[in-house]
Design a protein around this ligand. Sequence first.
Ligand SMILES: *Cc1c(COP(=O)(O)O)cnc(C)c1O
Length: 457
Amino acid sequence: MAEITYRLDQRRKVLGEFPGPKSVALTRRRQSVVAAGVASSVPVYVADADGGIITDVDGNSFIDLGSGIAVTSVGASDPAVAGAVKEQVEHFTHTCFMVTPYESYIAVAEELNQLTPGDHEKRTVLFNSGAEAVENAVKVARLATGRDAIVAFDHAYHGRTNLTMALTAKAMPYKTNFGPFAPEIYRVPMSYPYREETEIKGEEAARRAITMMEKQIGADSIAAILIEPIQGEGGFIVPADGFLPTLAAWAKDKGVVFIADEVQSGFCRTGEWFAVQHEGVVPDIITMAKGIAGGLPLSAVTGRAELMDAVHPGGLGGTYGGNPVACVAALAAIGSMREYDLAGRAQNIERIVRGTLESLQEQLGDSGIIGEVRGRGAMLAVELVMPGTAHTTKEPNPDATKAIAAACLAEGVVILTCGTYGNVVRLLPPLVIGDELLQDGLDVLAAAIRDANSAPR
Ligand SMILES: *Cc1c(COP(=O)(O)O)cnc(C)c1O
């Protein structure tokens, strides 16, 4: 396994004034020109990023525990990605695969057909964003089955376009006042082990969803079940063991296409190439984006050949889909994932993170604000609740969550939050982050959680 090297000093550094004057000036400049609807969680502006570090325009260095939302798994300036991109842009930046095609698109399809679970014949089509991949997976499933209904789950997140807003569960900020939404989308209950009324096995939770599908929609009307194997924006919810396999088996039996949305969980993030592999599930179609290309915009839909090839020539595509610069970046990023065994590194990150956060949970005890530490690999989260409710009402604690993220940032650690109730701190470090830097970031997080836990209320 190759040794990971870094260009930037892998150390956290926050200067006295925060945010610094240059970032403050940029915020002011931005306010008069950038649409208010696009919000940034961190009030500093980036100068450089490498490995586990992001530097800003005022000379601060932050530990990156977000990877730009699970994108820069190989780092934000992986030498292999940077080299491939430089080489490509000096030749051609775009010709449009639908007009004059090129080899790198085919090479990405070969890689994805090989890497995704299942040894059946597969086909791949490339796009730009996760939402676009999900939209196209739905197009394929509807055309191939001749059915209309699409089933999505509570807490799901699938994007911000019209169809994917309909598929997404959370109203604010994603859907509120943006309707009307696309029709023929149905929502069924997820398996959310921490928040079940009484403990329920994965298979029973799947049966609950299946009964709803059969009684309220009718299996014969359902084109596809669309599910994140580990939910991302919804709160890093890992369904109970058996939930996914039971749904997949039912779908197979009923001729329903099983689509795994691995836009956030794919590409070594959870300690496997894809999260469905933890439970041996083989999806009919898999959607990918985020970690796929080392930060370049690329997404993919890979699926059974007979489903994908059911679509007439010209039925799928887009001007930029499978852009050649993004394709060579993907090939390089996938190469780096292999070279540095990033799936193995994700497992190592899980050991380190759990070591810190689970012992903190134990120290804070049953009356503490940590409800649950969960996740897989380097997709880990802490769900925060009101003091004393961790095992009773589990009342969400979004205020503590916000305070913790803000405290981390002030100490030089970028941390993201998520969850239907806004009460989940999520950790998505670049998989190339060094152990020491990660531990430093976790110590900052642990101190912030401790402070929030003992804050007067
Ligand atoms: C981020 C995300 C999407 C949407 O991807 P975009 O590239 O932002 O359009 C879809 N599904 C999941 C699971 C995601 O995490």
